[in-house]
Each structure stands twice: as structure tokens, then as C-alpha cells.
Design a protein around this ligand. Structure first.
Ligand code: NAD
Length: 244
């Protein structure tokens, strides 16, 4: 479905991002993954190599436009074009408002919102040449909010806003912009949350289970492919009909 497309995926070292890297590779894409540090990037490349895949990886500071832009230019000159950008890197929060510092709040916004701005700004000038696809990782909480950790849903509401606005701005250049809004998904991010928080939530999911990274990666695959050629500005919920 993505034969010879060049895809850049942030937060590609584990969880949803790593599975998306894998699914894109299985579907013929040439993939470059970004992670937060050298060791995790190298580990992910090694894991994929053992599975028979070849990928490149980088670890620019996503909050520094110059750093992002330099790496994006390097990728463009090596691969010729960037067809697909998946903004997936993200962190969550679950502290009550009284315990949340302004630094905590800014840290979430920096990665979940400002980093997407930097990535899009760096990739779009090249992508305007012959079109492309930008995909963002939103969340179920971007629709319903959550009862603690206000920075996280706030950041994901912003992701939806950027998705819908950029879809309209970039449509004339053949660039589609969509987001996937996962429900609770079995990754390190969820494993780090207290069991008392997760178990009652699972009971409320009509499909009776939490999502697997592949459930989310398959949604990205669809949106990245020509199967979705008339879909843009959409926030696709992949959450087992969870409504909490
Ligand atoms: P994860 O913690 O397993 O992976 C996070 C990824 O982000 C890693 O690859 C990591 O390298 C990268 N990252 C973290 N901090 C970074 C930094 N400062 N700079 C650059 N990269 C950094 O998380 P996940 O569950 O796979 O989440 C991926 C995305 O999915 C996030 O945007 C998250 O908000 C979203 N999401 C997850 C769930 C869930 O239940 N797991 C639900 C909804 C949305």
C-alpha cells in the first residue's frame, strides 16, 4: 500500500510509533524513524534489522526548529523526497491540577504540540512540490477530556486543531492532513499508569479490550495510503467505542 513512499515517523522507537514503522515497512515504504536519544534509536533499528528490515534513525531535538530542519534537509537530500510525515512522539500526564507545575504543563505542550509545529514547518516546503501526507497522533481524550493531567488533553485538543486547520491550508498543494485518536493502547505509556486507573477504564470499553499498537498502526496505514485519497482534516477514533 505504500510501495517506495518515504515516511518519517517521530516517536518511532517503541509502542505505537515502532509498530507503525513496522507496518509501513511491511507495506513497502522506506522509513526513517526519530527517537529521543541515540541508544533508543539504535535499539529500535537493531530490533527491526533482526526482523529483516532496514531503516535509518535520528534523534533531533524536536523543540529546536534548527535541529529538526537540519535533519529533515539531510533526509530529503538522501531520499529525494518525504512523502509521509507521522507526528507520533508524545508524553502523557495524570497529576491533579494542584500538583501540576507550570513546567509540567509546558513540557507536555512542547512535545505534543510545539514539536509537531516544528516538524510540519520543516517538512512542508519540500512536500509542496508533489503533495504528501501528514498524520498526527491525537487521543480519545481530545474529544472527552480526562479527569486529571489537564495538559495532556489540552495538547491533544490542539493536535486536532492543527490537523483540521493544516488540512485546509495545505489541500491546494495535494497534502492531506489527518489524525488518529487512539483509545487506551497497550504500550509503555499505559504500563506506567496505575492499575487502579486502567482496569476500571477497560470495563467501560464496548469492544471489551484495550487497543494493540497494531490497531493504531493499521489506521495510520490506511490514512497514509491512496485508499484515503479523499480523506483530509479527519480525526479517526480507534478506541473500541470507548467513551470516557
Ligand atoms: P510510548 O511512551 O510507548 O512512546 C513514546 C514515543 O515518543 C517514544 O518513541 C519516544 O522516543 C518518543 N518521545 C518521548 N519523549 C520524547 C522527546 N522528548 N523527544 C522526542 N521523542 C520523544 O508511547 P505510545 O503509547 O506509543 O504513544 C505514542 C503516541 O500515541 C503519543 O502521542 C501518545 O500521546 C498517543 N496515545 C497513546 C495512547 C496509549 O494509550 N498508549 C492513547 C492515545 C494516544
Amino acid at each position: 500500500m505504500l510501495k517506495d513512499r518515504v515516511a518519517l515517523i517521530t516517536g518511532g522507537t517503541r509502542g505505537i510509533g515502532l509498530e507503525t514503522v513496522r507496518v509501513f515497512l511491511e507495506n513497502g515504504a522506506r522509513v526513517i524513524l526519530f527517537g529521543s536519544k541515540k541508544e533508543t534509536v539504535e535499539r529500535a533499528i537493531e530490533v527491526l534489522k533482526k526482523e529483516g528490515f532496514s531503516v535509518n534513525g535520528y534523534y533531533p531535538n524536536l523543540n529546536d526548529f534548527e535541529s529538526v530542519s537540519r535533519v529533515v534537509d539531510e533526509i530529503r537530500s538522501q531520499y529525494g523526497y518525504i512523502d509521509i510525515l507521522v507526528n507520533n512522539a508524545g508524553i502523557s500526564a495524570n497529576k491533579k491540577i494542584e500538583e501540576t507545575t507550570s513546567e509540567d504543563f509546558s513540557r507536555i505542550m512542547d512535545l505534543n504540540v510545539n514539536a509537531i509545529f516544528n516538524m510540519v514547518k520543516a517538512v512542508v516546503p519540500g512536500m509542496k512540490e508533489k503533495g504528501g501526507v501528514i498524520l498526527n497522533t491525537s487521543s480519545m481524550v481530545s474529544i472527552y477530556g480526562q479527569p486529571s493531567g489537564v495538559g495532556y488533553p489540552a495538547s491533544k485538543f490542539a493536535v486536532n486543531g492543527m490537523t483540521k486547520s493544516l488540512a485546509r491550508e495545505l489541500a491546494p498543494y495535494g497534502i492531506r492532513v489527518n489524525a488518529v485518536a487512539p483509545g487506551i493502547t497497550a504500550t509503555d505509556m499505559v504500563q506506567s499508569l496505575p492499575k487502579e486507573m486502567i482496569e476500571p477504564l477497560i470495563k467501560t470499553i464496548p469492544l471489551g479490550r484495550i487497543g494493540e499498537p497494531r490497531d493504531i498502526a493499521n489506521a495510520f496505514l490506511f490514512l497514509a495510503s491512496d485508499m484515503a485519497s479523499y480523506v483530509t482534516g479527519e480525526i479517526l477514533s480507534v478506541d473500541g467505542a470507548a467513551r470516557s
